[in-house]
Structure formats: structure tokens, C-alpha cells
Write a protein that binds this ligand. Structure first.
Ligand code: NAD
Length: 498
């Protein structure tokens, strides 16, 4: 197939960015993305196929093994700071785009957009400090040192719930490491990645460092993961797809980082500050309409404070203001798409049939209709029930009760996931003890859902592997090379080792 000429940059960059050029899909196809609030299409983007992925990976390889591969960490850091400046300038526009595409609150997306440049700045600070070490040799005639070299082209696949944040968690460390990227955003939220590509261009990154392909078909993600030019796949999404991604990447020995789902527990002990705990429980499961990977969707509460806590939680949940995600007073927007709405509804219906009690919510919002679902609290949940085990990814809290600390830890750990956990207690010893016992990548004590560029984030078990954020994240995108220098010039016996 011959490669058609690229088109000129489009308004708002709604063409794909491949090899430093704005491109339509090779097939010429486009698709429309729908606002979950209005239910109407609001933007049209290229509908790419595997042939576009191939073009993008080849462009990324050209930059990787060419101009970008030769940049110093200092130069990469300079470009990353410039991109951070541009994100700060355009935070409001990017936030509005994300809200239109996924229906999350404008004030949450604004907060994310204002914070994300910190990831670029933090990892810019790492880019020029990727030094290896000189290893004292066990032989006098050798000098040995290590280099941390970029792993190569990274294929990133992100979901719809926080498109640019989940991109940034990959982009900042991989740029610092000296890698190039082919990004495939979710088919539900393709627009912000295309707008962001315009900022990458404006910042002056060389052609082929940042490439983005948009499309509706799962073939696109598959083609990216299976492409032999991709040396690392950075995936955020569901465990089911994550497993397929890991298997396909292994088919050509590409490395993977997987940030998958969760069924995170919030443990409330009898000595907890119940006002703070109820606020934390609300924040954990109803913020972002429960559509966060770290949603604290299981409440594990001591029997003695069960009623007092649930009274507070149910009262606040019932008062949550649902509505236009762009309106300043709105506290919860709609679910992000129709499939997500059906999933949430189905989980609640099956839980009730299985014996759970709806303390509040448990139904779509009668006034708003559409994709709005009332914040839901289910009591009387048993550990073996589906709502206690499976990720819902919606505003549904399942409540379990315990009597002893051991039982609380056991309940919290009785999941295949291991992403987040909250511990609510005023007892310092218990706080540390329980935090150490919990099998989760992130534990918050008397807080929930806090992240930062310098703190590792990731999971265990079905929540995936690898860490994003924190200085160690850059190691996910580097290979360590050992360089041996013979110093004596003597001739060695060729038939012995070393
Ligand atoms: P998903 O797994 O359905 O899709 C994620 C991405 O994978 C999308 O871009 C999709 O197009 C792509 N994809 C689908 N099939 C593919 C295939 N066979 N090969 C390659 N790519 C493929 O997830 P979703 O519904 O978009 O997002 C929700 C999930 O993401 C939840 O499980 C949630 O917990 C998880 N999540 C995790 C984190 C985290 O950091 N741990 C953050 C946000 C969301």
C-alpha cells in the first residue's frame, strides 16, 4: 500500500499525529465520539486500522533509533518543561474536552489538568540524572560500567476514565528514559489525546517521538500490542484485556506494565473519627461516579460503629447533587457510556436478588434519566457475593462487617485484586500494623485517593504489575547495559570464561 500525503494540521488537532505529521486514517474513515451528558456526538476523529499502527510504530522507531535516541537527558528535560508550560496554559481547554468526552466533573478534570504538568517537571528532573555506575571489577584488567538505555518504542493503551492523566503517568517517565511513544486512547474518549498532540508539536519534540492513533475497533489495540517494533506495552484497563495484552506482548518478548482494576477496601475501626471516615468513604466510591480504578468499593466496618457510620454515609450519599458535569455545583456526573450504565444496573439487581439491602440509591436517577445512576449503598453483603468480589466501576458501595482486626484484614485481602486500601483509625500502632498486612499497592491512612508524581502507584495480583509515578517508574522504560573495557591489551586464553 502506498502512503498518502499527510493533511495539514486540523482545527483542534482532530487528526492523528504520526511521524510529526497530521494524518487521517489510511482508509479515510472517521467516527464520532458521544458526550455521555447530552447523548449527542460532539466530535469526529479518524478511525484508524492496523495499517495506521504500523505507520506510527515505524515513525516511532525512526525517531528512537535516530534523532531522539541521540538526545541528552538535558535536552529531553528542556522539552518536557516546555510541554509542561503549554499544558498549564491550556489546562482549562483540555479539562473541558475531557469532561465532554467522559462526563466527569469539570472541577475534577480541571484539577487533574492543573496537576499533570508536575509529572513532566518531576520526570524532567530525572531525565538528566539517569547515570549508571562504575562497578569495581573482580579482575584488575577490566573496568566495568552500566548505562540505563531506553527500552525502545512504547505502545500505550489507556481507558476512558482519566485519559490524559493515565497518559501522563506513562509519558513523563518514558520521555525521561528516552523512549518514543505510540498512544492508543480509548474509543470512548479519543479527543483529548489528539488535542494534546498539538501541544507536543508546539513544544518542539522531534517528529515521531509522540504518535497517536484513534479508532473504534479492538483490532487497533491488538495490532499495537502485537507489533514487533513495540518493545514495551504500558496498559491501563480491565484485568480481562490486561491479561490478553500481557500474553500478546510476550509473543514477541515485549515488556509490559499493567495498571488494572480494583476492589479496594476501606477499613473503619471502632476508634476512627467517624465524620472523617464517612467523608473518606464518600470520596472513595462516589467521586468520579465511582469510575476510578482505586474506587473504595468495599466498606469493611466494625460492628460497633456500623450503624453510626452508615447513617452518615447514607445521608450524605442521598444528598449528592447529580447533573451537568460542567456545572460548578454538580457533585456526580453521568456514567461514561451506555455499556457502563447497564453493567452498574445489572450488578445492583443481582446483589438485591442475592439478599443485599439497598440502604440508599439502587436505581437510575428518576429526574435526570439518561446515564445517571443514584449513589448506592448496599448493606448485608456477604464476602462471597458478586458485589463483594467483582469490580463494578460505578457508584456502588458494598458494606461488610467485622469484629476483630484479623477479620478486617482477612476480609480486605480476600480479593484477587490489590490496588488500594483505606484505613480509618486513631490508633497509630494499628494504622501501621494494618497498612503492612494489607495486600495492596497503595494504602492511605485516614485519607483516600491521593496521588503524586513522586510516589509509586500500582497494584498487585489482578490489579497488575509495574509502577507508575515515583522515580522508579523510569526504570520500567530502561534497560541496563553492562560495558566491559579491557585495560591491559594482553591476549587471553580463548577457551576459558572471562
Ligand atoms: P478496557 O480494558 O475495556 O479497555 C482499555 C483499553 O484497551 C481501551 O483503550 C481499549 O480500546 C483497549 N483494548 C480493548 N481490547 C483490546 C485488546 N484485545 N488488545 C489491546 N487493547 C485493547 O477498560 P475500560 O473499560 O476502558 O476501562 C475500565 C478499566 O480500567 C477498569 O477495570 C479500571 O479499573 C481500569 N483502570 C485502571 C487504572 C489503574 O491505574 N490501575 C486506572 C483507570 C482505569
Amino acid at each position: 500500500m502506498t502512503t498518502p500525503e499527510p493533511t495539514e494540521p486540523g482545527p483542534a488537532g482532530l487528526r492523528m499525529r504520526i511521524g510529526g505529521e497530521w494524518r487521517e486514517a489510511l482508509s479515510g474513515a472517521r467516527f464520532e465520539t458521544v458526550s455521555p451528558f447530552t447523548g449527542q456526538p460532539w466530535a469526529s476523529v479518524p478511525d484508524a486500522g492496523p495499517e495506521d499502527v504500523d505507520l506510527a510504530v515505524r515513525a516511532a522507531e525512526k525517531a528512537q533509533y535516530g534523532v531522539w535516541g541521540r538526545t541528552t537527558g538535558f535536552e529531553r528535560a528542556r522539552l518536557m518543561h516546555r510541554l509542561a508550560d503549554l499544558m498549564e496554559r491550556d489546562a482549562e481547554r483540555l479539562a473541558a474536552t475531557e469532561t465532554r468526552d467522559n462526563g466527569k466533573l469539570l472541577r475534577e478534570m480541571r484539577g487533574q489538568m492543573e496537576y499533570l504538568p508536575s509529572w513532566l517537571r518531576y520526570f524532567a528532573g530525572v531525565a538528566d540524572k539517569l547515570q549508571g555506575e562504575v562497578i569495581p571489577s573482580d579482575r584488575p584488567n577490566f573496568m566495568v560500567y552500566t548505562r540505563h538505555e531506553p527500552v525502545g518504542v512504547v505502545g500505550a493503551i489507556v481507558p476512558w476514565n482519566s485519559p490524559l492523566m493515565l497518559l501522563m503517568w506513562k509519558l513523563a517517565p518514558l520521555l525521561a528514559a528516552g523512549c518514543t511513544l505510540v498512544l492508543k486512547p480509548s474509543e470512548h474518549t479519543p479527543v483529548s489525546a489528539l488535542e494534546f498532540a498539538g501541544l507536543v508539536e508546539e513544544a518542539g519534540f522531534p517528529a515521531g517521538v509522540f504518535n497517536v492513533v484513534t479508532g473504534q475497533s479492538a483490532d487497533l489495540g491488538r495490532a499495537l500490542v502485537e507489533h514487533p517494533g513495540v518493545r514495551h506495552v504500558a496498559f491501563t484497563g480491565s484485568p480481562g484485556v490486561g491479561m490478553k495484552v500481557a500474553q500478546a506482548a510476550a509473543g514477541h518478548f515485549a515488556r509490559t506494565t499493567l495498571e488494572l482494576g480494583g476492589k479496594s477496601a476501606q477499613l473503619v475501626f471502632p476508634d476512627a473519627d467517624l465524620e472523617a471516615a464517612s467523608n473518606g468513604v464518600i470520596a472513595g466510591v462516589f467521586a468520579a461516579t465511582g469510575q476510578t480504578c482505586v474506587a473504595g468499593s468495599r466498606l469493611v466496618v466494625h460492628r460497633d460503629v456500623h450503624d453510626a457510620l452508615l447513617e452518615r454515609v447514607a445521608e450524605r450519599a442521598a444528598r449528592i447533587v447529580l447533573g451537568d458535569p460542567a456545572a460548578p455545583d454538580t457533585e456526580m456526573g453521568p456514567l461514561a457510556n451506555a455499556a457502563q450504565f447497564a453493567t452498574v444496573n445489572g450488578f445492583v439487581e443481582r446483589a438485591v436478588a442475592d439478599g443485599a439491602t439497598v440502604l440508599t440509591g439502587g436505581r437510575p436517577d428518576p429526574d435526570l434519566g439518561g446515564l445517571f445512576y443514584r449513589p448506592t449503598v448496599l448493606t448485608g453483603v456477604r464476602p462471597e457475593m458478586e458485589v463483594a468480589r467483582e469490580e463494578i466501576f460505578g457508584p456502588v458501595l458494598s458494606v461488610l462487617t467485622f469484629d476483630t482486626e484479623e477479620e478486617a484484614v482477612e476480609l480486605a485481602n480476600s480479593t484477587r485484586y490489590g490496588l488500594g486500601a483505606g484505613v480509618w483509625t486513631e490508633d497509630l500502632r494499628r494504622a501501621h500494623r494494618v497498612a503492612h498486612e494489607l495486600r495492596a499497592g497503595n494504602v492511605w491512612v485516614n485519607a483516600y485517593r491521593v496521588v503524586a508524581p513522586n510516589v509509586p502507584f500500582g497494584g498487585t495480583g489482578a490489579s497488575g504489575w509495574g509502577r507508575e509515578s515515583g522515580v522508579e517508574a523510569v526504570r520500567e522504560y530502561t534497560e541496563t547495559k553492562a560495558v566491559w573495557i579491557e585495560l591491559s591489551g594482553a591476549t587471553r586464553d580463548p577457551f576459558t570464561l572471562g
